[in-house]
Design a protein around this ligand. Structure first.
Ligand code: ZN
Length: 249
C-alpha cells in the first residue's frame, strides 16, 4: 500500500487537470448503503413482490406514488450523513486547482457538502425536488416532512425528486459536461465503482489523458487498463495520499 500511496501522490502532484469519477463505494464509508447490495426483494402491500430497482422506476413512481415515496424516504435519503475523507480530499484538491471536476453516480450531495464546486451528478440529487406542475423548487426537508406524497405549497401539484429513475434518460447537459471534463483531463481517478453500470463504463472511453487510476475494494473490468490500481477503502487511501503530500484534511 505505501508504494501505491506514494505513486498516487506523485501522479496528483504532476497532474494539472484531474477528474474524479465516483460510484456508490465513495459514499458507503459515510454510512450510505450501496443500493445494489443493500436490499433484497421488497414486499409491500401490492399483492406481489417488487424488486428495489422496480420500486424506483418511472413506471412505479407513476402508478404507486405513495409506495414509491415510502421506499424512497426509507432507503435513499440519509439527511444526517457527513462527507468522508474521500469527499474532503477531493474538495481540497479542487481548491488547489488540481481537480477540475467530479463525475458521480451518487445522489446524496456529499461532494458539495464537502465543498466541491464542479460536480456532475449523473443520476441527480435527493436534495433537489420540483413541483411537476409549476416547477417550484423544494429541498429535501419538504420530502421528509410530508406524509405520503409530497404536494406543492403553491399549486398543490405533485413534487418529484430530481433523481433519474430507472427507465428515465440521463440529463444531456450533465452527460455533455461529464464527457468534456473527462476528455480534457490528464488524470482520471475512478473510485468506488465496479464500472458495471452504464453510463460509467462508456464514459471512461472518452479519457485520453496520461494516468488512469482505479481505487476500489474489489477488482473492476478496467483494472488491466489502469496505470495504478488500489484495492483499499477509498477514504483511507485519500487520507494517506493527502498526508503523503503534507496536507491535513
Ligand atoms: Zn406547484
Amino acid at each position: 500500500m505505501d508504494e501505491k500511496i506514494k505513486r498516487l501522490a506523485e501522479i496528483i502532484d504532476e497532474s494539472s487537470n484531474i477528474v474524479f469519477f465516483g460510484g456508490a463505494g465513495v459514499s458507503t464509508e459515510s454510512g450510505i448503503p450501496d443500493f445494489r447490495s443493500a436490499n433484497g426483494i421488497y414486499n409491500l402491500d401490492l399483492g406481489r413482490e417488487v424488486s428495489p430497482e422496480e420500486m424506483i422506476s418511472h413506471t412505479f413512481y407513476m402508478r404507486h406514488t405513495e409506495d414509491f415515496y415510502e421506499f424512497y424516504k426509507d432507503k435513499l435519503i440519509y439527511p444526517d450523513v457527513e462527507p468522508n475523507d474521500c469527499h474532503k480530499a477531493l474538495a481540497e484538491l479542487e481548491q488547489e486547482g488540481k481537480v477540475k471536476a467530479i463525475v458521480t453516480q451518487n445522489i446524496d450531495g456529499l461532494h458539495q457538502k464537502a465543498g466541491s464546486k464542479v460536480v456532475w451528478e449523473l443520476h441527480g440529487s435527493v436534495l433537489r425536488n420540483y413541483c411537476e406542475s409549476c416547477h417550484a423548487f423544494y429541498g429535501v426537508d419538504k420530502i421528509l416532512e410530508s406524509a405520503g406524497v409530497p404536494k406543492c405549497d403553491k399549486c398543490g401539484g405533485r413534487i418529484k425528486p430530481d433523481v433519474v429513475l430507472y427507465e428515465e434518460g440521463l440529463d444531456s447537459d450533465v452527460i455533455d459536461g461529464a464527457v468534456q471534463a473527462i476528455a480534457a483531463s490528464d488524470t482520471l481517478i475512478i473510485g468506488g465503482t465496479t464500472l458495471i453500470v452504464y453510463p460509467a463504463a462508456g464514459l471512461i472511453h472518452y479519457f485520453r489523458g496520461k494516468n488512469l487510476v482505479l481505487i476500489n475494494m474489489s477488482e473492476t473490468s478496467a483494472d488491466s487498463n489502469a496505470d495504478l490500481v488500489i484495492h483499499e477503502r477509498i477514504g483511507e487511501v485519500f487520507r494517506q495520499v493527502m498526508e503523503a503530500r503534507g496536507k491535513q484534511i
